[in-house]
Design a protein around this ligand. Structure first.
Ligand code: NDP
Ligand code: MG
Length: 399
């Protein structure tokens, strides 16, 4: 795809959204912004839309629309303003755009990402929660509608780059030939060396202080608990049709090796780079070409020693819970993700202790196991179980 691409960024005001705009602005000859969406930061959305000449902005409600209008610079031609969740999904499917960056955080990003896949777009998928909650549905939509799926999560982008040629775009139904295992790297987050007993009084700011990456607050907490890596194991399962027992997690504190693919002949291929999301974003926007991303070259001599270690599941119970959920099935994955979103939001708001996050998730998984099984064939089914889990989890362990 080397023709000009018009891009819709769902979640433009977030960390991934900002990095995407940065890369697009470097390539005015081949990339342009069609639409931008935001949830609360209307001032920033107005700045972004003015700077990128977006044709469309999508906001959640009429109050947000008012705030956007108030923030819009006088004298500039106003973009079309669309309002509400349906408008967001419609924009993802809009014939006027070619590529959709799915960068909303949480299961809230699922309807837009799915709409883009159903419309056969090039989908740049950052929103891992969409795959965790609805992997089968989403991958089927990619297959049925000829969408092009490019993983943006750095580990999955690394794996994608290390996969055999000819096995790259789309949605595979079985593991790539010759591939034995996927090795996902994880920094271990800010509490890698902490005694689990000492984490009782951890504050949101401490948990969000990631040693290597700068990210939104929810994924930063997920990285500290390593539930993020658990979500990524589930994401890798769907993206690469790989069973849980052939996906391994490795602690790699330097975040230089972004992930690895092990082949039957013993070869292990890795992708390396600076911990800067503009690299996978530029890869997704440019594929199959390589675009300048603004990321400085990796200086391996300066990086020095690269370490790898097995994660300690006692220290990171959330990672074990995610493997359990993947083995257990889609309902468990929905419950895992929804309970985590509720728990992390409560922690960030100062209403739940850090050490309660795995307990809330474990309780939700137990609750889900005890229910009679429900069908999960449609977006509505998935969203219903997601909502029920949130209702169940809402008050667990609150301070
Ligand atoms: P941020 O919190 O920085 O940004 C989230 C974006 O989603 C914002 O634009 C926000 O709008 C919007 N948003 C939040 N809630 C809703 C909602 N209910 N409905 C619609 N829009 C909403 O997150 P990140 O950019 O860090 O992460 C985005 C996704 O990418 C996540 O799924 C994350 O796991 C994944 N990811 C992120 C990485 C990173 O480096 N940041 C790396 C790999 C994956 P507003 O700000 O206006 O409220
Ligand atoms: Mg990642």
């Amino acid at each position: 795809m080397s023709r000009f691409q018009r891009v819709a960024i769902l979640g433009a005001t977030g960390s991934i959204g900002e990095s995407t705009l940065d890369v697009i602005a470097r390539h005015p000859d081949r990339l342009g912004v069609y639409a931008l969406s935001a949830h609360s930061r209307m001032d920033r959305l107005a700045e972004q839309a003015a700077a990128s000449n977006a044709a469309v902005v999508v906001v959640p409600d009429t109050a947000a629309r008012q705030r956007f209008l108030a923030a819009w610079p006088t004298g500039r031609a106003m973009p079309e303003i669309r309002v509400g969740a349906q408008a967001l999904a419609d924009t993802a499917a809009d014939p006027a755009c070619d590529t959709v960056m799915a960068a909303i955080v949480g299961a809230a990003g699922l309807p837009g990402a799915l709409a883009a896949a159903q419309a056969g777009k090039r989908v740049l998928l950052a929103n891992k929660e969409a795959l965790v909650a609805a992997g089968a549905l989403f991958m089927q939509a990619v297959r049925d509608n000829g969408a092009e799926l490019l993983p943006i999560d750095s580990e999955h982008n690394a794996i994608f780059q290390c996969m055999p040629r000819g096995d790259r775009a789309g949605a595979p139904t079985e593991p790539a030939r010759g591939v034995r295992r996927l090795l996902l790297t994880a920094s271990g987050g800010p509490f890698r060396r902490h005694d689990p007993q000492d984490l009782h009084d951890v504050t949101p700011d401490q948990a969000c202080k990631h040693p290597n990456w700068s990210m939104g607050r929810k994924i930063s907490v997920d990285s500290a608990t390593m539930l993020n890596k658990g979500l990524e194991v589930i994401e890798a399962h769907w993206l690469f049709a790989m069973p849980a027992e052939r996906i391994e997690v490795l602690i790699h504190p330097q975040s230089v090796v972004h992930s690895l693919v092990e082949y039957d002949d013993g070869s292990v291929l890795a992708q390396l780079g600076q911990p800067d999301m503009r690299t996978p974003i530029a890869y997704g926007l440019g594929f199959p070409d390589r675009l300048a991303s603004g990321v400085s070259p990796l200086d391996l001599a300066k990086a020095g020693c690269l370490e790898f270690d097995k994660p300690d599941l006692n220290r990171f119970p959330c990672l074990a819970l995610a493997f359990d959920a993947l083995r257990s099935g889609q309902g468990a994955c929905i419950a895992l993700n929804a309970a985590n979103e509720v728990a992390v939001a409560a922690f960030l708001a100062g209403r739940l202790r850090y050490t309660w996050i795995p307990r809330v998730i474990a309780a939700a998984l137990e609750w889900q196991q005890q229910r009679s099984s429900v069908t999960l064939d449609s977006l509505a089914d998935v969203l219903a179980l997601d909502a029920e889990t949130r209702a169940y989890t809402g008050n667990l362990g609150l301070a």
